[in-house]
Design a protein around this ligand. Sequence first.
Ligand SMILES: Nc1ncnc2c1ncn2[C@@H]1O[C@H](COP(=O)(O)OP(=O)(O)OP(=O)(O)O)[C@@H](O)[C@H]1O
Ligand SMILES: [Mg+2]
Length: 345
Amino acid sequence: MRIVVTFDTPYGGWDHPDHERQMATEVAAWTHDEPEMEYQVADALRERGHEVTLLGVQDDLQYLVRCLDEIRPDLVFNAVESFHGNPGLEYMVPGMLEAEGHRYTGSPPLALLISRNKAMSKKVLAYHGIRVPGFVTFRPGETRAVPDTLRFPLIVKPLLSDASAGIAQASVVQDETALTERVAMIHQRFDQPAIAEEFVQGRELYASVIGNGDALHILPITEMVFDKRRNRPEERIATRSAKWDEDYRGRKGIRNVFARPLARAVRERLAAICRTAVRALWLRDYARLDVRLAPDGELWVLEANANPFISYGHDMANAAEKAGMDYYQFIQRLADEAVARYGRA
Ligand SMILES: Nc1ncnc2c1ncn2[C@@H]1O[C@H](COP(=O)(O)OP(=O)(O)OP(=O)(O)O)[C@@H](O)[C@H]1O
Ligand SMILES: [Mg+2]
């Protein structure tokens, strides 16, 4: 197939040859430094024999429209995670792809918008009988009482961010004073509403899914585990450091592993939750759910990621590998899902 890989780039004015050079450099250095996700995807698609063009977008949709008009790809592999440096605008590119009639991998704008909004997605999931933590949102400039139904501790997050931006140990608050302070910090630093959710204690599970409709493949569950001696229960959260800072992870004994044994009833319930969530949130081709398993066996959905991280060696690619797909097959499979979906349409 002729495939264009679209992705966000900070380099305004970079064209295909610039990205080709950058990709060659990064792929050559792979053993000690991870290439950007889009280069890994393009590399995998080339390995699988496709004709691949790299199309980086910073803030110029017109450029993207023109290039795609010229190339006329069979499929766009959409690896865009932000537009104009703003992750909240990631939906712009699939929006344009829809408008121009291109076939592309992954979730449509609606799914990206709903699942990015941590309040909206919880409302939709709750309607479908999925347990989600109780929450309240605070828009900048708004004073709002905490509803009586919410019980401390709460965890305060930016409403629309991802990659654990703004999530630290200080996000877990025990009283109104700490809550007000943290909300103000989110408004100021992230320039967006804050959400305060009831804190759910328990195991941190990630469920990756591939596919559409009835043919949904739920990959082996992964888990972030915390050394219990070095992290108190309320400290066992995927903060920014817990996710991305290898030294910190080492010090605190934090690892991402395949999930420790799960009761059969929990596994079945989790699979049912995935199927319902994919349908309810209009997710497409692939996604990842962040879930907490409480000590009483109850599952709580924290969020659905419509555009999960798919780099080699991270949760979703690891789960795919465990299911028998090497990285190249995994990326091919995501493309296949999109092609099959359009074929059916
Ligand atoms: N209600 C909650 N109860 C307990 N822990 C929570 C809660 N909400 C968030 N967390 C912790 O904070 C982490 C990040 O929260 P969340 O997944 O909502 O944000 P994110 O920044 O969008 O993450 P991602 O990188 O997965 O997109 C969770 O993985 C979890 O460890
Ligand atoms: Mg998350």
